[in-house]
Design a binder for this molecule. Structure first.
Ligand code: GLV
Length: 333
């Protein structure tokens, strides 16, 4: 029987290669012949297109565009994404072709909530500016009004999207005695609201009342530019906006306007549109904006768990078993 063929769109850390070997037998070729894209940059779309016509499984990342054209012209039996988000994959097209798509939910909740918290604290207390100030040799004495920011403790936090990561952020906010508002497509059950001590409000109310606003909703047609001029106009002039979800949720032209006109106080983004942010983006000129390069899940333990799940999904798909974490279980109906 010929071996299944797999294309992994980026090198995984060595330990994960070993894990793959264990998962698939004594040699990693036991279950599939594996090709790993060797470059630091993602494979170009044309490469993905060609590989998809020739292999049974993809293990891909959020930087890989897996669209209808690729899916409909592929020999793929499984698409396993090493991420919780999957807006880079045309799920409807995969479902129509009965191709299960795997993702890695749960294991990155804490890492992403931690980074959200790091960005919130850094933006509030101007940590990046303060470091740059020190390195520039500008620290001359203790000054009563140097690099002032707002209190985090006791402030109002607005969470847009109370899924796993939004809930993780709410739990962290308890340590800071914050009042927590949230908005979501559906109101959570009252048990969860009580445990998290959160209050459901419409988006407009959240924007008006929050000192800190943090985004934890997936990218979709519904959330595209959810935060734009009108929403910035509703925010407090002292508001701080955090986004560790997806760049497309914020209209970046509107963000530039809001930050440069001091319509809001500051923002911190781990995600942009596009990624990476172009080097000449006007956003990069702003002192009241922190940008990190999409590192929400970037703890060693988390990345290792994400790869483990992605590999388990991939192997299940190659064997024709149900994926442990499937985005489109309708393929099994
Ligand atoms: C990261 O953004 C992910 O979706 O896993």
């Amino acid at each position: 029987m010929s071996l299944a063929k797999v294309f992994i769109t980026r090198r995984l850390p060595t330990e994960l290669e070993q894990l793959y070997a264990i998962a698939s037998g004594t040699a990693r070729s036991a279950i599939a012949s594996v090709e790993v894209w060797p470059e630091r940059q993602p494979p170009p779309y044309e490469v993905l297109l060609a590989k998809a016509q020739n292999v049974d499984g993809f293990l891909c990342l959020l930087t890989d565009k897996i669209d209808r054209q690729l899916i409909e012209n592929s020999s793929l039996k499984v698409i396993s994404q090493m991420a919780v988000g999957y807006d880079n994959i045309d799920i409807a097209a995969a479902t129509a072709q009965k191709i299960p798509v795997g993702h890695t939910p749960g294991v990155l909740t804490d890492a992403t909530a931690d980074l959200t918290w790091a960005l919130l604290m850094a933006a509030a207390r101007r940590v990046v500016e303060a470091d740059q100030f020190t390195r520039a040799g500008l620290w001359q004495t203790w000054e009563p009004d140097l690099l002032l920011g707002p209190n985090v403790a006791g402030a109002t936090l607005g969470i847009i999207g109370l899924g796993r990561i939004g809930q993780g952020v709410a739990r962290r906010a308890h340590g800071f005695d914050m009042k927590i508002l949230y908005t979501n497509r559906h109101q959570s059950d009252s048990e969860l609201e009580k445990t998290l001590n959160v209050e459901f409000v419409p988006l407009e109310t959240l924007l008006r009342k929050s000192d800190f606003i943090t985004i934890h909703t997936p990218a979709s047609d519904d959330t595209y530019h959810l935060i734009s001029d009108r929403q910035f106009a509703l925010m407090k002039s002292s508001a701080i906006l955090i986004n560790t979800a997806r760049g497309s949720i914020i209209d970046q032209d509107a963000l530039y306007h809001a930050l440069s006109q001091n319509q809001i106080a500051a923002a911190a983004l781990d995600v942009t549109e596009p990624e990476p942010i172009p080097k000449d983006s006007p956003l990069l000129t702003l002192d009241n904006l922190i940008i990190t390069p999409h590192i929400g899940s970037a703890s060693r333990q988390t990345r290792s768990k994400m790869a483990t799940i992605a590999i388990a999904n991939l192997i299940a798909g190659l064997k024709g078993d149900r994926l442990p974490y499937c985005v489109n279980p309708q393929v099994y109906d």
